[in-house]
Design a protein around this ligand. Structure first.
Ligand SMILES: Cc1cc2nc3c(=O)[nH]c(=O)nc-3n(C[C@H](O)[C@H](O)[C@H](O)COP(=O)(O)OP(=O)(O)OC[C@H]3O[C@@H](n4cnc5c(N)ncnc54)[C@H](O)[C@@H]3O)c2cc1C
Length: 451
C-alpha cells in the first residue's frame, strides 16, 4: 500500500509528486489515465507543426514559482514575450485591453463607451453578479461592445448567474483619464493586465516545461491508469485495468464532478447530489498548419456574435519552432455547455470557414488540421458554486481525500497556481499532527512498480 496516492499527472499532480520527493517522502504512487504526462499542458506535434491545447502562456508572478521555473525548467529555455493581442470588432483591430484602447473604433462606439462609463451606476453595495460588476465598473457602452458579448461566448451560460469572484485578476479596471487617452491616441497595451508579458518555451511548445518537471520525478509515473472507482470509506482506488490500490491519503487532480461520480460514499453522505450542479464549459480547439505566415499577432479576441469562436491565436509567434519557417501554426477556440454533436459540428464548420475567410486562407494552403475537444475548460462561477463548493471539499477532507488543482478545486486558475496548489497540498499533509504525519526524511527507494 502506498501511503499517498496521487491521481493525475498534469502540472498539479506532478507538482505534488515533486514536492513530496523534495521533502524526502517516497511512499507514494502517481497514476495518470493518458499515455503521457502533462494534462492540459501537453503539446501535439503533427506534420512539422506544434499545437498546444489552445494558447498556454506562462505567467510568472509568484516568487516561489519564479525560483521553481529557474531550478526545474531554466529561464534560458524560455522566451520572454511582450503581448501583441487585439480585439476585432466593428471591422477594426483595437489593442487589448479594450477599455483603454478605443482608438480606431467608430465614433458612436467610443461615445457610447465614454458616456456609459461617466453615467455608470455608482453604488456602495458590492455587485453580486458579473453583469452588475461590469455595469458598476465600466458602464453600459463597454458592457454592450465587449464584456457581455465576449463573456457570453466564453462561458456559454447565462451571465446573470455568474458571480464576480473570478474577475479581479483577469479583468483590469480603469479610469476616465486612461479611457479618454486610449480613445484619442494609439495603443496603450504594453503592461496592463496579468498577461502583458509571458514566458514560452523556445522549443517543443508548452509541453517543454511540464516535461522538464516530469523528468525530475524519481518514482515511476504510472501512465495508462484510469481510476474508475474511489471507495472513500475503505480507502481504495480501482483502475480500468482491474488493479486495486489502497491508500492512506488521496490527492486527486481529476475533475471534481468526475471524482464524485466514481466515489463509493457511505450512506450518510450525499456528495453525489452535487454532480449536476458543478458546471463548466467545454472548449473546442481547432488548430491549423498553414503554408504561409498569416499573422504577426499573438492572439485576437472576437466578441461579436457573427463569429462562433471567441479567440484565435498564433503559436508560431510564441516560438518560431512551432511551425516550419514562413508557415503558420494557429488555433481557434469556441465553447459550449453540452451542445449536441450536430450543433458542435455546425459550430466547427462555421468557425473554420470564418477563420479561412478572415485570414484569406485557401484550402490548398492548409497543411494539417487537428481538432481537440477539451471537456473541462472553464469552470462556471455560479451562485451554487459559491455557496456549496467549500462544503464538498470539507467532506472529502474528512475522508482523507484532497481534491486539488484547476478542476479538482473547481476553479479558474493558471499553470503557476497548479504548481503552487501541489506544493500547498503537500505542505498541509506533512504538517498533520505528529502521529498522523507522513514526513519521512530517510530516502529509501520507492517500492512502487508499473502496474
Ligand atoms: C482553454 C484553456 C487555456 C488555458 N490557457 C492557460 C494559459 O495561457 N496560461 C496558464 O497558466 N494556464 C492556462 N490554462 C490553465 C491550465 O491548463 C491549468 O491551470 C492546468 O492545466 C491545471 O493543471 P491540473 O494538473 O490541475 O489539471 P490538468 O492539466 O487537467 O491535469 C489533470 C490530469 O488528471 C488526469 N486524469 C483525469 N481523470 C483521471 C482518472 N480518472 N484517472 C487518472 N488520471 C486522470 C488527466 O488525464 C490529466 O493529466 C488554460 C486552460 C484552458 C482550459
Amino acid at each position: 500500500m502506498a501511503k499517498i496516492v496521487i491521481i493525475g499527472a498534469g502540472p498539479t499532480g506532478l507538482s505534488a509528486a515533486y514536492h513530496l520527493e523534495k521533502k524526502g517522502f517516497v511512499d507514494y504512487k502517481l497514476f495518470e489515465k493518458e499515455s503521457e504526462t502533462g494534462g492540459l499542458c501537453r503539446s501535439i506535434y503533427q506534420d512539422g507543426f506544434t499545437f498546444d491545447y489552445t494558447g498556454h502562456l506562462l505567467h510568472v508572478g509568484d516568487p516561489y514559482f519564479r525560483q521553481f521555473i529557474n531550478d526545474v525548467v531554466g529561464f534560458e529555455n524560455l522566451e520572454i514575450i511582450t503581448r501583441r493581442s487585439f480585439i476585432y470588432s466593428h471591422g477594426v483591430f483595437t489593442h487589448y485591453p479594450f477599455q483603454v484602447n478605443l482608438h480606431g473604433l467608430p465614433p458612436h462606439v467610443i461615445a457610447e463607451c465614454i458616456e456609459g462609463y461617466v453615467t455608470r451606476p455608482v453604488s456602495r453595495k458590492k455587485p453580486k453578479s458579473f453583469p452588475q460588476w461590469v455595469m458598476q465598473s465600466f458602464g453600459e457602452g463597454f458592457a454592450k461592445h465587449f464584456f457581455m458579448p465576449y463573456q457570453r461566448k466564453i462561458f456559454a451560460h447565462d451571465l446573470k448567474n455568474i458571480t464576480t469572484s473570478w474577475t479581479g485578476r483577469f479583468v483590469p479596471t480603469t479610469s476616465l483619464q486612461q479611457i479618454i487617452a486610449g480613445a484619442l491616441q494609439k495603443p496603450n497595451d504594453e503592461l496592463i493586465g496579468y498577461n502583458a508579458q509571458f514566458y514560452y518555451p523556445k522549443v517543443d511548445g508548452t509541453a517543454f516545461w511540464v516535461n522538464k518537471l516530469a523528468e525530475t520525478i524519481k518514482a515511476p509515473i504510472h501512465t495508462n491508469c484510469s481510476v474508475t472507482k474511489v471507495d472513500i470509506t475503505n480507502k481504495v482506488v480501482t483502475f480500468a485495468n482491474g488493479h486495486v490500490e489502497p491508500y492512506d491519503q488521496l490527492i486527486t487532480t481529476m475533475p471534481l464532478d468526475r471524482l464524485l461520480d466514481i466515489i463509493v460514499e457511505p450512506s450518510s453522505s450525499s456528495l453525489k447530489k452535487a454532480i449536476p450542479k458543478l458546471l463548466c464549459n467545454k472548449v473546442v480547439n481547432f488548430n491549423l498548419g498553414v503554408s504561409r505566415n498569416v499573422s504577426d499577432k499573438h492572439w485576437i479576441y472576437y466578441p461579436e456574435a457573427q463569429y462562433p469562436f471567441y479567440r484565435m491565436g498564433f503559436y508560431h509567434n510564441f516560438a518560431a519552432s512551432n511551425a516550419p519557417a514562413g508557415y503558420s501554426s494557429l488555433y481557434g477556440e469556441f465553447s459550449h455547455i453540452n451542445a449536441s454533436k450536430k450543433k458542435v459540428a455546425e459550430m466547427l464548420a462555421t468557425s473554420l470557414a470564418a477563420t479561412k475567410k478572415i485570414l484569406g486562407i485557401e484550402d490548398r494552403e492548409i497543411v494539417t488540421e487537428k481538432v481537440v475537444h477539451i471537456d473541462h475548460a472553464y469552470v462556471i462561477y455560479d451562485f451554487w458554486r459559491e455557496k456549496h463548493l467549500a462544503k464538498i471539499h470539507q467532506q472529502l477532507h474528512a475522508f482523507g481525500v484532497h481534491s486539488i488543482g484547476r478542476y479538482g478545486e473547481w476553479k479558474y486558475s493558471s499553470m503557476q497556481e497548479a504548481i503552487l496548489d501541489g506544493k500547498k497540498a503537500i505542505e498541509q499533509l506533512i504538517m498533520l499532527p505528529a502521529h498522523q504525519s507522513y514526513y519521512m526524511p530517510a530516502a529509501a527507494p520507492s517500492s512502487s512498480k508499473i502496474i
